[in-house]
Design a binder for this molecule. Structure first.
Ligand SMILES: Nc1ncnc2c1ncn2[C@@H]1O[C@H](COP(=O)(O)OP(=O)(O)O)[C@@H](O)[C@H]1O
Ligand SMILES: O=C(O)C1=C[C@@H](OP(=O)(O)O)[C@@H](O)[C@H](O)C1
Ligand SMILES: [Mg+2]
Length: 174
């Protein structure tokens, strides 16, 4: 697998967690666009949003997407990467896009257990459960549009990695 693999999906679906394990399974590099921004700007998502607003963060994450795209790389995107049509098109053209899908209730319980507020400042000002329902309703179609494959992300990370590998293998064989 030399094409980059992009993981998309809502906050808490496991893009970062699964991405690390998938890269290990494939013997690939791993990069996370939020982590790339953290190391290159020395600012958390919350810092960037406080200084530049969400528009500023979105511009930076689109730049990060292009910077990290390389052969042999698993790329965990941020949950809002799909908002820009240009990002969806870029990912589809440059690699294989996997949507890790999970319902709002599961996402909310993961995020409540491990909120990581510096990297996930509120998007709406509403409580996590309400926010996730609202954000998923607005973005579900975009995740589906971006994706070459949709994988059930309600299982364990190991099972999700196996499902992604099966999807990649099937696509490659056909
Ligand atoms: N398949 C999974 N099952 C249970 N918990 C998970 C799973 N994937 C991720 N988590 C947990 O959910 C939280 C968010 O995971 P993360 O990988 O950061 O998601 P994302 O990058 O999509 O926002 C973390 O605390 C992580 O340990
Ligand atoms: O859904 C979003 O708009 C965001 C998701 C976050 O990444 P994760 O999906 O990895 O939590 C991070 O990029 C930022 O807080 C914005
Ligand atoms: Mg992440």
């Amino acid at each position: 697998m030399t094409q980059p693999i992009y993981l998309v999906g809502a906050r808490g679906c496991g893009k970062t967690t699964v991405g690390v394990a998938l890269a290990q399974a494939l013997g690939c590099n791993f990069v996370d666009t939020d982590h790339y921004l953290l190391t290159t700007t020395k600012m958390s998502v919350a810092d960037i949003v406080a200084q530049e607003g969400w528009d500023g963060f979105r511009r930076r994450e689109s730049g990060a997407l292009q910077s990290v795209t390389a052969p042999g790389t698993v790329i965990a995107t941020g949950g809002g990467m799909v908002l820009a049509e240009s990002n969806r098109q870029f990912m589809r053209e440059h690699g294989v896009v996997i949507y890790l899908r999970a319902p709002a209730q599961i996402l909310a319980s993961r995020l409540e257990a491990f909120p990581e507020e510096g990297q996930r400042p509120t998007l709406t000002g509403r409580p996590i459960t309400d926010e996730i329902v609202e954000v998923l309703a607005a973005r579900e179609a975009l995740y589906n549009q971006a994706a070459h494959h949709v994988v059930d992300a309600t299982r364990s990370p190991e099972e999700i990695v196996a499902a992604v590998l099966a999807a990649l293998h099937t696509a490659h064989a056909s």
